[in-house]
Design a protein around this ligand. Sequence first.
Ligand code: GLN
Ligand code: ZN
Length: 783
Amino acid sequence: MTTPAPAFPNATILGYPRIGRRRELKRAVESFWAGSITAEELERTASELRAATRERLAALGLSRTDSAIPETFSYYDQVLDTAVTVGALPTRFAGLADEHGGVDLAGYFTIARGVGDDAPLEMTKWFDSNYHYLVPEIAPDTEFTLHAERILAEFAEAQAAGFTTRPVVVGPVTFLLLAKAADGAAAGFEPIERLADLVPVYAALLDQLAEAGAEWVQLDEPALVSESIDVDRARVVESVAVAYDALGALERRPAIFVAAPYGSLDDALPALAATPVEAIGLDLVRGGLPGGLDPATAESLAAKTLVAGVVDGHNIWRGDLAAAFDRVTALQHLSSAVAVSTSTSLQHVPHDVADEDELDTRLASWLAFADQKVGQVAVLGRGLVEGRDAIEDELAAASAALADRDGAPGVRVPSVRDRLAGLGEQDFARVGYEERVAAQETLGLPELPTTTIGSFPQTTEIRRARARLVKGELSTAEYTGLMRDEIERVVRLQEDLGLDVLVHGEPERNDMVQYFAELLDGFAVTKHGWVQSYGSRCTRPSILWGDVSRPAPMTVEWSSYAQSLTEQPMKGMLTGPVTILAWSFVRDDQPLGDTARQVALALRDEIADLESAGIRIIQVDEPALRELLPLKRADQPAYLDWSVGSFRLATGGAVPETQVHTHLCYSEFGVVIDAIKNLDADVTSIEAARSRMEVVDDLESSGFDHGIGPGVYDIHSPRVPGVAEVQSLLERAAGAIPATRLWVNPDCGLKTRGYDETVESLRHIVQATRAVRASIASPVPVG
Ligand code: GLN
Ligand code: ZN
């Protein structure tokens, strides 16, 4: 770039929720899938949403014309968007492309959701958030080609409305670091090897953006902060130079802003500083101010705009605005050009506290959702320009809210704190595994027991009944009656299917965390606080603001009713402490471990009550164990210590006869394998179908020796696996895991699926299991 770069805006955000204040995008996308609206109608809704977002952001204080407003709309996922933009389609989807290699909306969704025997892209957690992205598949010969139409159209749409926005794309290094090697690639091939082939496509994109009038482009490079990526760090750092020296050297391009959310850049910072990029975004919430810089790096940074990510994009607390401002000004020692932003995209938080008319007003005054955070960024940006005095009132108001929160009743409850203080080592352990296996023999389970993960499809009738209960149109007794009917249907269905360990189906749960949050003290729930989890799926995290305790049993009536209907063992179903924390917005005024142990004690009491009610198998779901794992290695041991400890505290009181299960939904075991062993659950179910049982090999080599159920049915897709497919997955698992410890189950709960596909899939699972049991049955003794 030859001309001087345009000034970076004083205040910006890295991204904004795209699902819509009332989940308009979710509804439109799902209607399109159902065939009830056309692609044009879906596009119109999306365009209206983008227009509303731009106007809202401008009203909240981001300027219209200086690239302050990022273009972070997505129909499904930003990584998928990037894959489509650079033409990186897996070969099985090559047929979706038009003659130029581009895909239309229907094709785009097919890659996300699969069709027939063509599995969708794998899905995995985005850094340490609860957002899931689609994993690109890159082969040694993937041909990258640019398809910038969508990005250009969105930029032009904003321009026509009088805005100069900032296009946002996942950066080339992160794109490849998050990708997996396509099936059939030679062993040892790493997608990052393709960087030199990919960069020219980004170069062409930047050229077209410049031509369209974009002044700044944001390239998201969060992978640079992560130490949980399976590529040699030296290679990662080197890739920064390869990519950004090349892009920086382009004749015609917008100014480049590289954002690095979710942590500190560490050794990637000098590498990035040495490239010609004009602005670097630092996450000053997770990472500290960069220190110990060598003179060359300090000199390069002084010539760039440093974008201070000081407003936490990942939580909902109003926080300490004065401290945030101090961090911004501290950054001014490194460069005279400093701007304010959120630490991450705001895609992790709901839209607006003002929508929550039923929230306690005192609690509401401690909170900031996306819109409030945009307001905070704007205030801090104004402080940068006009000086601290100009924003003194806003800083003082935030400090007052913080002090109010600190002294409010319920934030610290002495009885909860005393119980925690009295815990000893014995509270965290059960008797040995062998002894438990012997005690649990009376459960009378066959080899390869079949079970499900807990939830059955949440039908429209179930949701309608809950909505009517909330509106007061159904009495609690009527609602309970309907849920009991549903439980009975689910129990009979499982009996008919021939499953071994039954579940009650969780119809009474709106959400596996919110259900408990509503019954525990210390939590609040929101009405419209939805955040995108993946694609069109959203969750509504609860707010964990105070000390946690259990006023009354939470699941015992449902589970014992379900058990009363059948002779088969009924699994009690609880959500574990780590997952309750991970999928809530958690207080930030004490260590997470302390909060987790409070939740664990409440669950421990629940387990004791379930045992008294005759429940002999209890599953404590911890699907988020891996997700909360800190990205920096140095932080991991402490995390694994408190997370595993809280699970053990929750389950440590169970008698040997009680079979404790846990469920985890991801397949990259790697770093957490020891933690999973240390949970000491009798049986662990884990996602495995989409990754074709890769997890089984990890397990085999790790010496895991408790019960294990690798999922054989990918419930994230509407596809029904055939008997032969399930059987081959099971045979693969049985080759690695002894039949005495192998369980058979879907990847995850069934609540998002429909009944037709669920019943058919479960029938195939039972059939496949019978076939595998027969083929591995011990030979009949002779004589
Ligand atoms: N028991 C839960 C269910 O089946 C587990 C869901 C999950 O792991 N996310 O819905
Ligand atoms: Zn799961």
